[in-house]
Design a protein around this ligand. Sequence first.
Ligand code: 5GP
Length: 185
Amino acid sequence: MSSAPASASPHPDVKKVLFDEDALRARVRELGACITRDYAGRRLMVVGVLKGSLIFMADLLRAIGPEVDVHVDFVAVSSYAGSASTGTIRVLLDLRENPEGRDVLVVEDIVDTGLTLSSLTETLRARRPASLEVCTLLDKVSCRKTPFQPKYKGFEIPDEFVVGFGLDYDERYRQLPYVAILRTP
Ligand code: 5GP
């Protein structure tokens, strides 16, 4: 078995690596420290949005200190076809635990138009959590169609389609340990 790291050379479909493993590790650690400071001594329901948040969520959880009593839950959502202008989402997988009266932190891979998260947070807010914040790894700030501001973000990126570190193109490339722009076919 080779001991070379999986990221030794980028995937052949990759045009440019935006954030490599070191950059991601360092930034996730900073986010974890920030969240630890903000929620120390409290119980926090960390809600991953499947599937894109998968890898970010796993790393972020390990970067949150023991001062926070972390509970983990997941949701899966999909946009209704043709709903781009309304941003209405369909909940495919709902929370296992009731968020009422809880501190909730939603973890997402990327905010683009903001429609998914503004709709999801509106849905969750109706269930009366004590607090509700969002942590996204990536933020395409220039692409907003609705004024949505995540409290925590890893990196702002330009309007490019990215894959890796959980993000897919047609369910591929999620396992890449870096965030990258694909070559156009
Ligand atoms: P929004 O509702 O903010 O426009 O979109 C959020 C969702 O669109 C993300 O959760 C993600 O699934 C998808 N998305 C937006 N931009 C990208 C991108 O650059 N790469 C990938 N893989 N997915 C994206």
